[in-house]
Design a protein around this ligand. Structure first.
Ligand code: DX5
Ligand code: ZN
Length: 235
C-alpha cells in the first residue's frame, strides 16, 4: 500500500452516525465523495459502555464500499478476532492500547494478516506509552473524546497531544499516520492538521448534516484553503 504517497489529510467518515437501516445506500453514496477511508466503529459493551456492530455488518459494508475500511476495535481481547475482521474486509485494524496486555504481539498479528496496524489511545493515556512500538505501527489513533459514543464534544487537550505524538514519531523514526477520532468539525479540523494530524474521522458532523457528500466536500475544500493541498510523502 502506498501510504507514503497519500494526500493529507485523509478524510474518514464514521459510519457509526449513518442510517443503519439503510447502510447499503449510505455506503454507496460515499463512493464518489471526498472520503478516503470508511471508518467502522466496533464496540463490545465491555471495553466501552456501548454496543455498535460486528462482523456480519462489516462484511455487508465491505460489499458496497468503494474505499478501504478503517476498522476501529473498541473491544476487549481483540487478538481473538483479528483474522475474522480481515476476512470481513478490514484494510486497517486499530486496537486500543488499554485493551491489549501483549500489544506488540497483537500488532505483529495484524501485520501478518496483511492489514495496516493501528493503536488507539484513550484521552487519559499519554503518547509516551507508544515509544517502544511506534516504529512498528502504520497508524496511531488519538481519541479526542472518550470512546463509546458519537456526537460528543472535542477535548481541546488533543491538539497538544497530536503535537507530542508527532514529535515521538519523528524521534522514533516511525512513518505511522496520526488519526484523530471524535468531535471533529470544520471548526477544529484545520488546527488538527496544522498540529500534525494525517487522518480525520468525522461521524455526526458528516452524517447529521443534510447532505453528507457535500459536507465532506466542504471539509476538503476548507482544508485545502487553510493548509494547502499538500502532498505529504517526499518519497
Ligand atoms: C467514538 C468513535 C468515533 C465516533 C466519532 O467512540 O470511535 O469514531 O463515531 O463520532 P463523532 O464524529 O460524532 O464524534
Ligand atoms: Zn472510531
Amino acid at each position: 500500500m502506498t501510504l507514503s504517497r497519500r494526500r493529507v489529510p485523509l478524510l474518514a467518515p464514521s459510519l457509526l452516525a449513518a442510517d443503519f437501516g439503510n447502510l447499503q445506500a449510505e455506503t454507496e453514496r460515499l463512493a464518489t465523495s471526498a472520503a478516503d477511508w470508511l471508518h467502522c466503529d466496533v464496540m463490545d459493551g465491555r471495553f466501552v459502555p456501548n454496543i455498535s456492530f460486528g462482523l456480519p455488518v462489516l462484511q455487508a459494508i465491505h460489499r458496497h464500499a468503494a474505499q478501504p475500511l478503517d476498522v476501529h476495535l473498541m473491544i476487549e481481547e481483540p487478538q481473538h478476532y483479528l483474522a475474522a475482521f480481515r476476512e470481513a474486509g478490514a484494510t486497517t485494524i486499530t486496537v486500543h492500547y488499554e485493551a491489549c496486555t501483549h500489544l506488540h504481539r497483537v500488532v505483529q498479528q495484524i501485520k501478518a494478516l496483511g492489514c495496516q496496524a493501528g493503536v488507539a489511545l484513550n484521552p487519559h493515556t499519554p503518547v509516551g506509552v507508544l515509544e517502544d512500538i511506534a516504529a512498528d505501527l502504520d497508524l496511531v489513533l488519538i481519541m479526542s473524546v472518550n470512546p463509546g459514543f458519537g456526537g460528543q464534544s472535542f477535548i481541546p487537550n488533543t491538539l497538544r497531544k497530536v503535537a507530542a505524538m508527532k514529535e515521538l514519531l519523528v524521534d522514533t523514526g516511525s512513518a505511522a499516520l496520526i488519526e484523530i477520532d471524535g468531535g471533529v468539525t470544520l471548526e477544529n479540523a484545520g488546527a488538527l492538521v496544522e498540529a500534525g494530524a494525517d487522518v480525520l474521522v468525522a461521524g455526526s458532523f458528516v452524517f447529521n448534516s443534510p447532505d453528507p457528500v457535500a459536507t465532506l466536500a466542504q471539509l476538503r475544500a476548507h482544508l485545502d484553503a487553510t493548509i494547502g493541498a499538500e502532498l505529504s510523502g517526499q518519497e
